[in-house]
Design a protein. Sequence first.
Length: 278
Amino acid sequence: MRQSIFTFFAASLCVTTLYGQTPASGKITYEGMRQIDRSQMRMVINGQEVRPGSPGAPDAPEGMPDVISFTQKLVFAGTMAKEERDRPQNMMMRRTMGDGPSDGSGGNREGRPRTMRMTPPFEQQTYLDLANRQRIDVLMVKKDTVVTDTYRSEKPMPAATDWTTADKTKKIAGYTCRKAMATRRKETYTIWYTTDLPFTYSPVADLTPPKGVVLQIESDTESYKATGVSMEAIAEASVQPPKGAKTVSSEEMEEIRRKGMADFRQRMMQNMPMRSQN
């Protein structure tokens, strides 16, 4: 009888240990820096989208920095994760206003161009299915501050191009990392990654390793470095994509974004006051 009770207790303990374990969860914080590619900038002037420096377009706004700094986090729990960014996603509109002083001929001089920052009418979030190596992009379309539609698209984590490893290691955020090189958009990147974490991830999707978590990336135009890896309790619900989102292809999602921005720019132009030049 005692033996039976002992066996039952031991079996129960094993089941509790096996199924009651808390999956790995925590946060990785990256500090990033990126050089601004002015050729990819867009400005809206009197309703027309142009690139700074192109014929008939002004240069980029005075005082704009050449490099931007930002923070990016990966929040993970079990087999799911979510990226969080502090990068502003504003656009700039520029419109010449006829509010200058009189030129003495009965009219007004052309006023100074006015620059307006605006927030896109949607919010985009990226979730990751770490077990199946899938990226899940979620686009929430807003009217004012109310979410009107939610879309999701899925695609595999991309594989880095020309991935090669080197026999060099160093410690980053307390983890031993191995050096690698890879190519992205014809640019060479130096990458440091660790296999001491139980999943695969890179803060730059195109530089995802075959296995491991990237903690540092360096190139001539951008960089990422993990400043901390904290293992802490994270609610699994907080890294799950919202339910009820309509599944669309990546191409369809991009078209929704493009159309939303075009409509939003038009509304901004209609609401922007103009002063008479008479």
